[in-house]
Design a protein around this ligand. Sequence first.
Ligand code: ADP
Ligand code: ADP
Length: 239
Amino acid sequence: PPLLEVQNLHKSYNNVEVLGGVDFTVQRGQVKALLGPSGSGKSTILRMISLLEPCDSGTILLDGEQIGVIGGRVDVRPAPERILARQRTAIGMVFQKFNLFPHLDATRNVMSGLTTVLKVPKKEAREQALEMLDRVGLAARAHAYPSELSGGQQQRVAIARALVMKPKLMLFDEPTSALDPELVREVLDVMEKLASDGMTMVVVTHEMRFARSVASEVALFDSGQIVEQAPPDRFFDAP
Ligand code: ADP
Ligand code: ADP
């Protein structure tokens, strides 16, 4: 099966529909770029897939297994918290604004999910965190606090924090939009390396060069629906 399969996802806020039946699949090892105007539902779809919020209806399959579900509906509310917590660890999420814990250094930020959710012993969690910080090029800043790091470094810590949980799927919500232009490249480089290592990714982005050169497929959102979907060579070179 595809690694991720999203079927007929619907979501409304206050009776205003923001997702009007979204379908897409992502094969293992592929990168899907989601493009489209602000307000078209891209962030919302990521929050549904990451089980941060319930959908109104539809189905999400991860590796062929329905997630966030009771009775065929994507409604996370009735699902026991423990099941959800376990399912969420299979999906890493990186936000526009880093969302690091300000009172924890880089290592402790990366360790946090390991020790709290997966109950990994501290010593082992620390080793894995340091390994992951090395992977994103931050071994030398392992003990820096978020306020001592540039935006690009903070975002790389956030990526390491997601990766250390060994997710099957990584979601990125405009990961470079809050960065100064000169820091965008260092984050895209880490993401490109992840993609070439075979990580399955869904990336909301305005970085067209990234979408063109790294994505396996591009999906264009408009008003809560996918209006066009194609590999980047066809998507960008269409007349
Ligand atoms: P995008 O990521 O494409 O910019 P979003 O998914 O953030 O779009 O938003 C889609 C629409 O849903 C927007 O009109 C937005 O204002 C609305 N929306 C998103 N989250 C909420 C919420 N929690 N409550 C009410 N409206 C929301
Ligand atoms: P993004 O930049 O990712 O599109 P936004 O800045 O639109 O996100 O939204 C940030 C947060 O605010 C999200 O958690 C979203 O659910 C919430 N939100 C967005 N639009 C609305 C809205 N119209 N009413 C209430 N909450 C909203």
